[in-house]
Design a protein around this ligand. Structure first.
Ligand code: MN
Length: 698
């Protein structure tokens, strides 16, 4: 076959874009020819013919010079000694980026089928195509490979490529509205995958034409054109048989044979205006009966991908059903070439003389989406821009949200891998674990059996899975520490018992307390869910009464960070700290630590003490807050207050009347609350009632 010559290619581009960079195209042509050297295609043609043909396909779409150059260079990085740096130096950053995009797509293509699901690959292709020109080059590349598929000797390889084209590339072409690409790909793939069906359908189509006597399609087409002309409508009428794959699919969908499938021919009337579209429809329906239920108005309601046309099916002479699509020139170009044509027309001229603003800007699509559905369809492309796709060293594709790190990657591959991560190589280089991954990165996780999840990872992982796994581990670690603390307190309790414990005491105690095992008991003790008296009674019934002690006052469910576990502390009476308050500890020789709210006036007296930085522990629940409220002196006021506190689940520990001022009474209340937020809600609720004049925390 003859390769498209250098000057022919340049002429073609110049033909629709006079401003195209001729020198750039020439440079690319020579560079690619040299780079591919003596490489050969399966057809025996020089390899170099392939990228040039791909470029040729794209000139039919009137694409800009950068896209054409990218097509010419698209296999140089992967298949020759050319480097990305070279490409950038010779052809600029923009072309280099495009070539890099296409190269990455080719790399994933090279992997075996089992390593990637079709759906993943489709998404990957979309995500990689941040510049849709990358996708266009890839589709043209695939189209040319399909055109030359029969040269490949290995039947299995041919079928794999055909299947992939059917599953992935044809739907992609359809999604961006390139029906010509889609149709040709489907036809070629169908021929490979179902050779018998292909042949039988093609033969039947031929026979049908002969049966009609001469060129049936042309005759019907001429008839329609004449009918319209008689009423003053100038139409271009095109007829075609439907392509074999779509006939085959219809046969399968409707479970009918070829003979029963009546509409295997389709016609298209292309007219000047929307107005003429509807007039044409009327004229056709007047002349031939329409088939009920087959009329569709995609002009008033375009398809999701922007497709517009009127569709109808009529019963033509001799009881032959034919499908007719009616559309304007603009609609037609858009239907054939997708978004490209849409923008070319929008700018009022066919030639893509301006710099392809239509292609790169997905936002434009959003603005021009006619319906919510169409918008959804288009944003699906944008949606994948939030995802990244990275590879394992074996080439497995891992899909992650943008911003994902090697830790997220590791957990996405396998929980054990995540747990044992100590480092990561991204594209062969060791990188920090907090490095956000990029699209197409190859990630190798370095592991150690001694490693375990690090709480610090939580600050930069983005996936729910990683977060959950790390949290779970941290929690189990915390539980271990809690149990250790509980055991320490337990030992103290045992010391206070009047007699040594017997062998069975622990088992008996657990039974009495309805606890499954001693670890749970230790945990309960540490978290103060069970008090000392109960433990003593369970271990040795009657022992607590002998001892006659109450549990130490601060054994409510409180844990404080910054204290050595087991160290005695008490919450100061002056300021009544509750969880959520910022707190500080005062430590004096021979005394427990006194916990104050930062800002407490009494801290002034603590100059002689050591100040300990403290924070509330996660398990902390509850504290006693002291409130001062002034209420109206009227019957039922106190009941209202009690009701509010009750409905908020706050227990009143004590209540004193501190002042009486005519119609107002002041009370001081100690109230058990969960934390500061709980208290704030209670105060807000109190203030909201009529009977309360003021409500403050002391
Ligand atoms: Mn290629």
């Amino acid at each position: 076959m003859s390769v498209l010559r250098q000057y022919e290619l340049v002429e073609k581009v110049k033909g629709y874009d006079p401003d195209a960079d001729e020198a750039l195209i020439n440079r690319a042509y020579v560079f690619s020819m040299k780079a591919h050297g003596t490489q050969k295609r399966a057809s025996g043609d020089p390899y170099f013919s392939h990228p040039i043909e791909v470029a040729g396909i794209l000139t039919d779409l009137r694409l800009d010079d950068e896209t054409i150059v990218t097509a010419i260079l698209h296999d140089t990085i992967e298949d020759t000694v050319a480097t990305p740096d070279e490409i950038e130096k010779l052809f600029g950053g923009s072309v280099a980026r495009l070539v890099d995009g296409v190269t990455k797509l080719s790399r994933i293509e090279a992997q075996s089928e089992s390593q990637r699901a079709a759906e993943n690959l489709r998404k990957f292709l979309l995500a990689m195509s941040t510049d849709i020109r990358v996708l266009l080059v890839k589709l043209a590349d695939r189209l040319h490979n399909m055109r030359t598929l029969h040269f490949i000797k290995d039947g299995e390889k041919r079928r794999r490529i055909a299947r992939e084209t059917m599953d992935i590339y044809a739907p992609l072409a359809e999604r961006i509205g390139m029906y010509e690409f889609m149709t040709e790909m489907q036809t070629l793939a169908f021929r490979e995958l179902e050779p018998d069906a292909y042949e039988s359908i093609t033969k039947r189509i031929e026979r049908l034409h002969r049966g009609g006597g001469g060129d049936l399609i042309q005759r019907i087409g001429r008839g329609i054109k004449a009918h319209l002309e008689a009423d003053g409508i100038e139409a271009e009428v095109q007829g075609r048989e439907k392509h074999p794959y779509s006939i085959w699919r219809k046969m399968a969908e409707r479970h009918v044979s070829f003979e029963q499938l009546s509409d295997v021919m389709a016609f298209r009337a292309i007219v000047g205006s929307v107005d003429e579209c509807y007039r044409t429809l009327g004229l056709i329906h007047q002349r031939w009966p329409m088939v009920p239920g087959r009329f569709k108005d995609f002009i008033s309601t375009p398809k999701r991908n922007g497709y517009r046309s009127l569709h109808t099916t009529i019963i033509h002479d001799e009881q032959m059903r034919i499908e007719i699509q009616i559309r304007t020139n603009e609609m037609h170009a858009q239907a054939e070439h997708g978004l490209a044509a849409h923008w070319a027309y929008k700018e009022g001229k066919l030639a893509a003389t301006t710099k392809h603003p239509w292609i790169s800007d997905l936002v434009e699509i959003l603005e021009h989406a006619a319906t919510a559905e169409e918008l959804l369809e288009h944003t699906r492309m944008a949606m994948y821009q939030d995802r990244i796709f990275a590879f394992t060293p074996k080439g497995e594709l891992i899909q992650l949200p943008k911003g994902a790190t090697p830790i997220d990657f590791a957990y996405a591959v396998h929980t054990d891998l995540g747990d044992q991560t100590v480092g990561a190589k991204i594209n062969g280089r060791v990188m920090p674990l907090r490095t956000p991954l990029g699209n197409g990165d190859q990630v190798e996780i370095l592991v150690s059996k001694a490693q375990h999840p690090q709480p610090a990872w939580l600050s930069y992982v983005v996936t729910g899975k990683a977060r959950a796994k790390i949290r779970r581990w941290v929690k189990s670690k915390e539980r271990e520490e809690t149990i250790a603390l509980g055991r320490k307190i337990f030992d103290e309790i045992v010391q206070r018992l009047p007699a040594p414990l017997g062998w069975e005491a622990m088992t008996e105690a657990l039974r009495r307390l309805h606890l499954p095992d001693d670890e749970t008991l230790m945990e309960e003790i540490a978290l103060k869910r069970i008090d000392d008296v109960a433990v003593m009674e369970a271990l040795m019934p009657g022992s607590a009464m002998k001892e006659g002690v109450k549990p130490p006052p601060q054994r409510t469910a409180i844990s404080i960070k910054g204290l050595t576990p087991g160290v005695a502390f008490h919450l100061a009476d002056c300021c009544h700290p509750i969880p959520g308050d910022r707190i500080v500890g005062l430590r004096r020789e021979g005394e427990g630590i006194e916990v104050h709210v930062i800002g407490c006036d009494n801290l002034a007296s603590g100059i002689d003490a050591d100040w300990v930085d403290l924070a509330w522990g996660d398990e902390t629940d509850g504290g006693t807050a002291r409130l001062s409220i002034i209420i109206k002196n009227q019957p039922g006021s106190l009941a209202v207050i009690a009701g509010i506190l009750g409905s908020h689940g706050a227990n009143i520990v004590s209540m004193d009347q501190t002042a009486r001022d005519g119609s107002f009474h002041t009370f001081m209340l100690d109230v058990e609350v969960h934390d500061l937020q709980h208290l704030m809600r209670i105060l807000a609720a109190l203030r909201a009632t009529d009977v309360v004049s003021t409500a403050e925390r002391l």
